[in-house]
Design a binder for this molecule. Structure first.
Ligand SMILES: C[S@@+](CC[C@H](N)C(=O)[O-])C[C@H]1O[C@@H](n2cnc3c(N)ncnc32)[C@H](O)[C@@H]1O
Length: 177
């Protein structure tokens, strides 16, 4: 098989992997818009007293990488289930030599988040419900910054709209026990 065919096979396998995982997880690895990212990175400045941030579903790394670059003194953790975006984010971490960034190919619902002060996510309604259940069941205290999707029935501390095409709402919650 020549190189051209190897590339075609690799692209097809990567696409199939993304489609399969998106169907299994319930959401595609679509990145936040650049304007949403900017808002989230600014909101994270308010968590300056925190030592550990995590992104729940870190996709291709387009947000978790700038989170780590902007906060060299903090530990930044990314959890992602989809193998191809996860591998790309691993490459970016290496490229930028980000020693403060830890990336896991793991379901964040089974992760120990007790040491995390600030959680960032861009999920889907069912994912937000599962996250809320985890936070309450494990009595976790954290600031949660969520792109587009809210915790149903819970009043956010702040609601900021990104100046992108969808005027994406960014919700901030201070979750206590
Ligand atoms: C809409 S994308 C957002 C990507 C990135 N957070 C951003 O804002 O650019 C949602 C990502 O969450 C991941 N995801 C959803 N549920 C997950 C779970 N329980 N554990 C780990 N990753 C999850 C998906 O695979 C997908 O890549």
């Amino acid at each position: 098989m020549d190189l051209q065919w190897l590339l075609v096979v690799a692209v097809v396998l990567a696409a199939l992997s993304i489609i399969y995982t998106s169907l299994r997880v319930g959401i595609t690895p679509m990145p936040s818009s650049s304007k949403s990212r900017r808002v989230i990175l600014e909101l994270l400045q308010d968590c300056s007293g925190s030592s550990c941030f995590a992104e729940l579903g870190s996709g291709w790394g387009s947000l978790v990488i700038p989170m780590a670059r902007r906060n060299p003194g903090k530990t930044i953790i990314g959890y992602e289930l989809s193998p191809v975006p996860y591998l790309v984010s691993r490459l970016l971490k290496r490229l930028y030599r980000l020693d403060n960034l830890v990336l896991y190919r793991k379901d964040f619902l089974y992760a120990d988040l007790t040491a995390v002060d600030c959680l960032v996510c861009y999920l889907y309604p069912g994912g937000m419900e599962q996250l809320w259940h985890k936070l309450k069941q494990e009595k976790l205290c954290a600031t949660v910054i969520s792109n587009t999707f809210a915790f149903v029935g819970i009043e956010p501390e702040r609601l900021v709209r990104a100046a992108d095409l969808y005027n994406s709402p960014i919700y901030v919650y201070n979750v206590t026990r």
